[in-house]
Design a protein around this ligand. Structure first.
Ligand code: PLP
Length: 430
């Protein structure tokens, strides 16, 4: 009998009626093998699967749950809103309340529009940038993920500044032709893009990349990106769908002290409900319909239940402010330091990094600065590590190229317990 037998059966049944048994491919454990546990419920720092296994959760629904599972204040906000009706398709004041919270934090944001996912936020931001500048080309960095819309689903061929090839069938080459690729933390590659095209509407970047593992920008690089954008009249878009309210109170924008022209949000601002948002100064946002000609819409956009969940989360965040992120960063550092020490003891090369409540680690000899470096990590060792940690009740993202998250309900004793387990696992796989 496996400790996962009910999940194994559930997975077989799911695969009969849902492609790959999942509604988002990262959940399928493809890169580590085995069966994903099917979740029954979450409570605080822990997840419980249908076999009754308990896990300390470092995935947190891929980022949103900074206060852990089933947080009381968020739950109450959602339940009391739900009793008044689930959706109206008409304005509600809670949308203004949540927008005000965001606007008050960011100098570069006068107005915000809410959508229902990070993908939608970024897709809309790109359209806005194209409409605003009257240009068609965009630049993205290899290894950054910006959701699954057509223009952005373009990855590295060579990692050079070339026109991109689509990374999925179904994305027309004619579209991806407008997406130029640059190398993360390499300003020269971006200069090359601007030399290759005078039609660049915007440069989009995860200023703290979290979708190739955790790979923060170097400060000089990010400053260089901003000045190149200004020089060439392109808008700079910070995709803070993951890093927003995760890396710090003002996300990467606050950490680096750099104002982007458009910032996208998602994950934490929904408190676990489907919410995305994008914001910019009035001059840009006024071009959006119904004020301006650039079309963008959504039947369930600004959904009241989702807005209440987001507002309750942000209220909690604002109450603790920067101190929240300092506290979570200390726990993240305790974890990565513990992992690094254990790896060293067992002679296993490991790179670690932390930004606020975000942490990452690579089984890699060298520091990771871009996608190519990340891909040089030992994925076989990661798969072994992941499986054995899962068996011991530690729920890590099922790929080395994802970011881990600390939640506010974790404490030092929990982290130390995870380090002890990791030490035992690393000893087994050295
Ligand atoms: C998760 C993520 C997205 C996509 O958000 P979805 O809600 O999954 O559509 C976009 N950009 C970044 C940086 C992300 O981490």
């Amino acid at each position: 009998m496996s400790q996962f037998s009910k999940s194994i059966k559930a997975y077989e049944e799911a695969k009969e009626v849902i492609p790959g048994g999942v509604d988002s491919p990262v959940r399928a454990f493809k890169s580590v093998g085995g069966t994903p546990p099917f979740i029954e419920r979450g409570e605080g720092a822990y997840l419980f699967d249908i076999d009754g296994n308990r896990y300390i959760d470092f995935v947190q629904s891929w980022g949103p749950l900074i206060f852990g599972h089933a947080d009381q204040a968020i739950e109450e906000a959602v339940c009391s809103a739900a009793k008044k009706g689930l959706s109206f398709g008409a304005p509600t004041t809670i949308e203004t309340d949540l927008a005000q919270q965001i606007v008050s934090l960011f100098d570069s944001i006068d107005k915000v529009r809410f959508v229902s996912s990070g993908t939608e936020a970024v897709m809309s931001a790109i359209r806005l940038a194209r409409g605003f500048t009257g240009r068609d080309d965009i630049v993205k960095f290899v290894g950054c993920y910006h959701g699954h819309s057509d223009s952005l689903l373009v990855e590295a061929g060579s990692g050079m500044a070339t026109f991109g090839a689509p990374s999925s069938p179904g994305v027309p080459a004619d579209l991806s032709r407008h997406t130029l690729l640059a190398t993360y933390n390499d300003l020269e590659s971006l200069k090359q893009c601007f030399e290759n095209s005078s039609e660049i509407a915007c440069v989009i970047i995860e200023p703290i990349a979290g979708n190739m593992g955790l790979v923060p920008s170097d400060k000089e690089f990010l400053e260089g990106v901003q000045s190149l954008c200004r020089e060439h009249g392109a808008l700079l878009i910070f995709d803070e769908v993951m890093s927003g309210f995760r890396a710090g109170l003002r996300g990467a924008s606050g950490i680096y002290g750099i104002d982007a022209d458009i910032i996208t949000f998602g994950k934490v601002i929904g408190g676990g409900m489907p919410v995305g948002a994008f914001g910019a100064r009035s001059e840009i946002m006024e071009r959006l319909s119904p004020d301006g000609p650039i079309y963008q819409a959504g039947t369930l956009s600004g959904n009241p239940i989702a807005m209440h969940a987001g507002y309750a989360s942000l209220e909690k965040i604002l109450r603790e402010g920067d101190a929240l992120y300092k506290r979570l960063e200390l726990l993240a550092l305790r974890l990565t330091q513990g992992l690094a020490d254990a790896a060293k003891r067992h002679g296993i090369p490991l790179q670690t990094d932390v930004r606020g409540s975000m942490f990452g680690f690579f089984f890699n000899e060298k520091p990771v600065k871009n996608f190519r470096d990340a891909m040089a990590s030992d994925s076989k060792r990661f798969a072994q590590f992941h499986r054995k940690m899962l068996e011991r009740g530690v729920y890590l993202a099922c790929s080395q190229y994802e970011t881990g998250f600390i939640s506010s309900v974790m404490d030092e004793a929990m982290i130390d317990d995870v380090i002890a387990k990791a030490d035992a696992v690393l000893d087994e796989i050295k």
